[in-house]
Design a protein around this ligand. Sequence first.
Ligand code: G3P
Length: 217
Amino acid sequence: MFLDTANITEIEAMLAFGWITGVTTNPTLLAKEKGRSRADISREILSILSEEQRLFIQATGETQTELYEDAQIILSKDARIAIKIPADEIGFRVMTQLKQERPDVEILATAIFSVEQSYLAALAGCDWVAPYVNRMANQGLQPAHVIADTAQLFKQLGVPTKILGASFKNTAQITETLLAGATDVTIPADLVTVMMQNKLAADSIHAFNLDAKGGRR
Ligand code: G3P
C-alpha cells in the first residue's frame, strides 16, 4: 500500500502502522502544501522514509524536452525516488528515453484511463501503471473492468508491469480495484483511517473491554 499525499503530518502518522511501501505525490497534492517547494517537501518526506520505501514524484512539462529535463532533476535527488510520467504521447517518448538510458530507473505511468494506455506503458518498460479509479467512475467508465482487462493483458503478455490503482474517493473503490487484479493501491490518508473504522467491530471491542474490566474485579 502506498499513501497518496504530500502532507508530512499525514505521512508521519501512517508510517507508524508499518504497512506503507511508499508515498505517491502529484503536482496538485504538492500545491496543497502551500508556500513550500517541491524540493523542500520531497526532502522532508524522504527524511522520514526508510531505505526500502519509495517516493513517487511526477515530472511535468509541455514538451518532450521539458518533461525529460524535469524527470532528470527529480531523479538526481535520491535513489529512493521513482518517477511518475503522464501516459500521453510526449510521456511515452520520455518513458522510452529514460528506460533506454537508465534501465534501473523506476517509472510509473500516470493518468491512466484505458487499457490502451497501460499496454503502451508496459511496452515502454514502465514498472507501474496507475489507473485513475474515481476519475474514471466520474466519466461513466467502469474502472474495475479496465483494471481486470489490464491485469489479464499483462499476464498474457508476460510483462512485469504492476498495476497501482489510484484516485480513490471511497473504500469500496479500493477493494474493487484490488479484487479486479491491481497489485498495489495508493490511498489518501483519510481513507486509510476509514478502512480501520467499523461500527460493528467497535461495538464488539467496547463490550470486550467492559467485560474485561468486570472480569478483573
Ligand atoms: O496520485 C494521483 C491520483 O491519485 C489522483 O487522485 O483524487 O486527484 O483523482 P485524485
